[in-house]
Design a protein around this ligand. Structure first.
Ligand code: NAD
Length: 347
């Protein structure tokens, strides 16, 4: 019962960070994790039992090798041992053209019945890490997980938890669901929220702020060509709740620079006034590697979902959504979301 049986949909950069992370934190200390244990579960309790992709460079390979296939660019931090989990062909439901870059080379294999695989392997949690533009695929995996009765973690921006029809099906079936769009450990959105919360708590009046990104990697291409409007909407609405008044605010336009690979440069600008209307401006630049930024949160939420399952909970698990996602059904400040998460897992 201590094992957490995990399946992944989308063997891209985040999946690489997640799979490598589980091996890395089995003997390399705990620096970089937010929680060593969550409700008594260690990272080493996580076990990968199934994986799905549609790219010919990944399908048919062992998960431990497929995570290093092109076009993935996540840095290698371990030499993972063979996992004995072959990446299986998922349904290629979305188009991958018109992105200006060859992101995905769709394999010719016949797609497997994902729900059947999830049932046969006794999966606890399906982690959705498909491309941000693959909305139909995200919905397909959400329905397959529901059918198999396994918890669903939607790290992608596709509306799943925020789609009433899907969320209510999960509630009726008593199956846990979390999302949408993962909130990174120290990514641009969470840093923007954190800085705005800080300024507001210090009595500062904020007049203008923006946050813009430049990144490499497949997901930056996707954001530039396909999901720019959706990502900008998600990020701006995630950030706008940080201060209880409206002001000109933009968050989340991304441009693509291929040689950055999996790296991201995030630029922040703030303008406002403080005591006696004294003006201030603040420029901040954050350099990160994208995929590892998802790792610590994924590891926490996967363990939180195992707890939700063992308590027989179903539907959107609000404390996990508030803690780990940019578009949760209910928004909280970063501090509140963290205590909600702690309260939930320690209950
Ligand atoms: N830190 C982060 O990188 C971060 C943060 C928040 C959200 N996300 C989201 O997580 C997801 C994964 O990000 P990434 O950087 O790993 O992307 P990526 O482009 O590196 O990987 C996506 C993978 O999904 C695969 N895929 C596409 N359609 C599929 C289908 N129908 N079935 C199975 N696999 C399919 C692609 O072949 C690719 O291997 C994206 O939706 C992204 O928006 C990432």
């Amino acid at each position: 019962m201590r094992r957490i049986r995990v399946a992944v949909a989308g063997v891209g950069n985040c999946c690489s960070a997640l799979v490598q992370g589980v091996e890395y934190y089995n003997g390399n200390g705990m620096v970089g994790l937010i929680h060593e244990e969550v409700g008594g579960y260690a990272v080493s309790d996580i076990e990968f039992v199934a994986a799905f992709d549609v790219d010919s460079r990944k399908v048919g390979r062992d998960l431990s090798q497929a995570i290093f296939s092109e076009p993935n660019k996540t840095p290698r931090i371990v030499e993972p041992s063979l996992l004995g989990v072959e990446v299986q062909m998922g349904p290629p439901l979305d188009t991958f053209e018109n992105t200006g870059e060859a992101l995905v080379e769709v394999a010719e294999e016949k797609a497997v019945d994902v729900s059947r695989v999830l049932k046969d392997r006794g999966v606890d949690v399906l982690v959705n890490l498909v491309s941000g533009s693959a909305t139909e695929s995200s919905k397909y995996y959400a329905e397959a997980a529901l059918d198999a009765g396994c918890a669903f973690l939607n790290a992608a921006p596709a509306p799943i938890v925020t789609e009433e029809r899907i969320a209510s099906m999960y509630s009726s079936a008593g199956v846990p669901l979390v999302g949408d769009d993962l909130l990174d450990q120290i990514g641009a959105t969470v840093a923007h929220i954190g800085l705005l919360e800080f300024l507001h708590r210090r009595g500062v009046r904020i007049d203008e702020s923006y946050q813009l990104d430049v990144g490499g990697g497949a997901e930056s291409v996707n954001t530039l060509w396909k999901t720019r409007g959706l990502k900008r909407d998600i990020k701006t609405s995630a950030v706008s709740g940080s201060v209880p008044y409206e002001f000109p605010l933009v968050s989340g336009s991304t441009d693509y620079v291929d040689f950055l690979e999996n790296r991201r440069d995030s630029f922040f600008w703030f303008k406002g006034s403080y005591f006696g209307d004294a003006p201030f401006t603040m420029d901040v630049k954050l350099n990160t590697v994208d995929a590892p930024n998802a790792g610590a949160i994924l590891l926490d939420v996967i363990r939180g979902l195992k707890i939700a399952r063992s308590r027989g909970l179903g539907g959107p698990i609000l404390p996990l959504c508030a803690y780990g996602f940019k578009r949760p059904p209910e928004r909280h400040s970063l501090v509140e979301a963290y205590s909600l998460f702690r309260g939930f897992v320690e209950e």
